[in-house]
Every structure is written in C-alpha cells, then in structure tokens.
Design a binder for this molecule. Structure first.
Ligand code: MN
Length: 269
C-alpha cells in the first residue's frame, strides 16, 4: 500500500535479449496504427517490409490501430489476414520481433505463430555491440495518464481479455469502432496527452544498467538527454498520407542510432 511521502516508481522486470554477433543492423518501428482506411501507410509499410536490409526488425507496439482477436486472421480477405501475410513474408527473410502497444495488446500467440514472428516482452533489454538498450512501447511510463493506467491494468488481465474475446467477432469489431470514434473525438477536442515521466525513465535505465531507452507511443519523435550518460529516443508514428509524410525507421548499427526517413517513393510530389 502507498503511504505518505513521494510517489514510488515501480521498476518492472526486464527481459533480456542478446543480439547475435552477426547482426550488423537492427531497425525499430512503432505506432504505424495500420488500418484499412489508411491505405497509403499500409502500402508504405508493405514496401518497407519487402525491402529492408536490416538483420532484424523490432516492432515496438501499435503496429495495428486495433486488434480484436487472432481469429480475425482466419476471416477471408480481412485486413488482419493481409497484415499477417506481409509479416510472414518478411519473417522468412529476417527475424521480426513484436511488442504490444496499447492498441494491439490483444494480438496473441496464434497471431505470432501464424505470422512467424516472435513476441517481445515490454520492457526488454537488447544487448547489441556491447551496449544495453531498453526497449518499450512507452505507455507504462506515461504516469500522469492515471485514467489510462487504470484501464491498462484492467485490460491486461486474463479475465477482461477472456470476456472480450468470448464475444462474436462482429461484436468486437463494432466495439472497437466505437472506442476509436471516442478517441478521435477526444483528439479533435485538442486534449494534450501525457508524456513519458522523466524520473521514471531514468529509474528504468538505472535498474536495467542501460544508457538508452527506445520507445514509441507518444508520437513525439525526439532525442532527449536525461542525464550525462542516459538518453531517451522516441520513435515517430507513421502517416504516409500526411504532408509531409510521417514514417521513419530508427536504425541501430555499430555506429549508433540513426533516423531513416520513409523511402522517397512514398513522399507526395
Ligand atoms: Mn501507443
């Protein structure tokens, strides 16, 4: 129980992943929020998957705008089936790691298996070229969003998920549409969203004995120096139809981290 005094930052357990020595480059993406109504972003993503020369791909959450259950993949011609096929083709060329976001947290073991990709716990420490990187979607660190943190706790429980998934697929799709409309309305109202909590990010890095936190979720791409040797690198969201288009890959090599913009082909002329 929490008594008086300053708020205590809870540091989660970190999974560990050591990059094999033959990996020369790994790439990070997040927050594509893929949906059938955004075909330009879907096309940009498919092109990226088919052409990336990275040795491994890390998807750090909110690849899909919504995920209503793995059984959606089996629906002929569904958006989920199409997305899974693109992931499966990529996974034949390079290892693909998938971390849940707050939109696609219901993507389950059947999704991973059918797409041939590997689930990644949030947070995970990736060791690459002797350096430790904390990988997270980032929502857990937005401590000021109390209402969301409460929902997150509930929605990640087995009971809530079983109850939601027990409903017919069409019902789940309708519910997801309702939630999305609410969230769009909230966005239009100009509400400002909570950002990652600085002290909490530092606490995570210190506990993980890492220097760099890589995360998405906030849609505020930037590099933040948290302390002399600690940094927070925020991934961009994707919107290929925006002007200028937003879509960026974060590439890690022995030279360090580098932001790579979307291929020119997808930039509006
Ligand atoms: Mn998110």
């Amino acid at each position: 129980m929490n008594h008086s005094g300053p708020a205590v930052t809870t540091v989660p357990r970190f999974e560990e992943l050591a990059a094999p020595s033959h990996w020369r480059t790994v790439e990070f993406i997040s927050d594509l929020h893929l949906q059938a109504s955004e075909p330009a972003t879907v096309a940009a993503w498919q092109h990226y998957l088919a052409t990336t020369e990275a040795d491994a791909l890390f998807i750090l959450g909110d690849l899909f705008e919504v995920w209503v259950g793995d059984d959606a993949i089996a629906e002929t011609g569904s958006f989920e089936a199409e997305g899974c096929a693109a992931l499966r083709a990529a996974a034949q060329r390079l290892p693909v790691y998938f971390m849940h976001g707050n939109r696609d947290f219901l993507a389950g073991p059947a999704f991973l298996a059918q797409c041939g990709i590997t689930g990644l716990a949030d947070p995970t420490v990736l060791t690459f070229a002797g350096q430790r990187f904390v990988l997270s979607h980032g929502d857990l660190l937005c401590l000021d969003d109390v209402e969301y943190q409460r929902f997150r706790l509930q929605a990640r429980s087995a009971e809530w998920q079983q109850q939601f998934l027990a409903q017919p697929l069409a019902t789940r799709r309708a519910q997801a549409r309702g939630i999305r409309q609410e969230s769009e309305a909230r966005k239009q109202s100009g509400v400002t969203y909570a950002d990652v909590d600085g002290p909490a990010a530092i606490a995570w890095l210190q506990a993980a004995q890492a220097n760099t936190l890589v995360h998405g979720h906030t849609h505020r791409p930037a590099d933040h120096q948290l302390a002399s040797n600690l940094q927070r690198v925020v991934l961009s969201d994707w919107d290929a139809a925006a002007f200028p288009p937003r879509a960026e890959i974060l590439r890690l090599s022995r030279a360090g981290l580098e932001r790579q913009p979307l291929a020119p082909k997808y930039e509006r002329s």
